[in-house]
Design a protein. Structure first.
Length: 401
């Protein structure tokens, strides 16, 4: 019977969620750019306050004693849902407004119900139903948007919300079968608080796991991204390139590799300064991205040298993309204190299969074509020659970077 003592359970839940609120608040302070964590912290604080208010049930057993606590706990649930949407950037302003309007409607209905009915039975019957709807919403968000490094914590949280929703279904069914009056609803309250203790423990751990996963994801992105242009760096391109190589080796779509670098970029830096040179590199990557599909990749290999990975691109398609980018770069005019700056680029194109099936061999073939473009006058696109793609040439080109 001690396990079902309402006062002890409410105090335990209040302390647990209070600590969770503080932990999430610290994480929010450490990761200010991470969306949604502040909402989770406020949601945990609302849970903590709501369980403290439930202690009024023992102090004042009147018909509406449990309602303030349930209202605050319901607010915590909504803040958690809103935080999930913000954390995964799963919805824009319209969806968030819809959630706010829906919450306002539910709040209004609960207040009206409390004023109309003399007992809390019908109102307490609505609470499990609302919790079911909120849990289903959270499950859908976690299942759809929890990807990559966030998949394990997202699935764990989805399981927690599923178990809570199933308990709410059982509790709602019990209340409805036994008359949906105050005594029946209140009789299920200790068991609901006991289950919520277990659920909220897993819930808090899951939220912290999500934050840690996002921090790891952010660190990995930094490790694979060029800080100036926000394109992939050499390591990032190699990892993604080997994935496509493995996929193509198993019968998946082949891909094209396009390397290019900016002509006479050292002279540009010497003439206009490195700050202008950095601006040119950023504008070049912006121009490149305008010509790429979402599945295409752009990487900065170092200095003024770049590489494109074009999945599923046929010979003519890859050449056409490279030429469009070449013309776009040639049309760029970057203002500077020393006068307008223009730049051109030379391109080399190679394909998985005809020019090699090993990543380094393929990269060497694209480099061979790039140096041929420079030899033939620059500001042009050249394709790799199969007869020149040999291990010796590949090693020489890679070593000359």
């Amino acid at each position: 019977m001690m396990l079902l003592d309402l006062t002890s359970l409410c105090l335990a839940n209040s302390m647990l969620t209070g600590v969770s609120a503080l932990v999430l608040l610290c994480m929010r302070w450490q990761q200010a750019q991470m969306q949604g964590v502040g909402c989770w912290s406020m949601g945990q604080a609302a849970y903590s306050g709501g369980f403290l208010l439930l202690l009024l049930v023992d102090a004042d057993p009147g018909p509406h004693a449990a309602l303030p606590g349930f209202f605050v706990i319901f607010t915590g649930s909504l803040l958690t849902s809103f935080g999930l949407l913000r954390f995964f950037q799963a919805a824009g302003t319209t969806a968030r407004r819809f959630l706010a309007v829906a919450a306002s409607i539910v709040w209004t209905l609960l207040v009206i119900a409390m004023l109309i009915w003399d007992t809390t039975g019908p109102v307490l019957t609505l609470m499990p139903a609302i919790q079911i709807l909120v849990s289903v919403t959270n499950i859908l968000v976690l299942w759809h948007f929890g990807r990559g490094a966030l998949r394990p914590p997202a699935l764990a949280l989805a399981i927690v919300f599923t178990l809570w929703a199933l308990f709410c279904v059982v509790r709602l069914g019990f209340i409805l079968v036994h008359g949906a009056d105050t005594s029946v609803a209140m009789a299920t309250l200790p068991s609901a608080v006991l289950v919520s203790t277990l659920v909220l423990t897993c819930h808090a751990l899951g939220l912290v796991w999500l934050v840690v996963g996002r921090m790891q994801q952010h660190l990995l992105t930094q490790a694979l991204t060029d800080p100036l242009t926000h394109a992939l760096n050499r390591r990032g391109l190699e990892e993604r390139g080997r994935e496509h190589q493995s996929l193509a080796g198993r019968g998946g779509p082949p891909f094209a590799l396009v390397t290019f670098d900016l002509d006479h970029f050292k002279l540009l830096n010497d003439t206009h300064g490195h700050m202008v040179g950095d601006t040119v590199l950023v504008r070049v990557v912006e121009t490149v991205r305008q010509q790429l599909r979402p599945s295409d990749l752009v990487a900065r290999l170092g200095g003024e040298e770049f590489c494109l990975l074009l999945p599923g691109s046929a010979d003519t398609a890859a050449i056409a993309v490279a030429d469009r980018i070449r013309r776009g770069i040639a049309d760029l005019v970057i203002p500077s204190v020393t006068g307008p700056v223009s730049v051109t680029a030379s391109f080399g194109v190679a394909w998985y299969g005809p020019h090699g099936k090993d990543w380094q061999t393929l990269l060497g073939a694209a480099d061979q074509a790039l140096y041929q473009a420079k030899h033939n006058g620059r500001n042009r696109v050249e394709t790799a020659r199969i007869d020149l793609v040999t291990p010796a040439v590949t090693l020489r080109l890679i070593g000359s970077r």
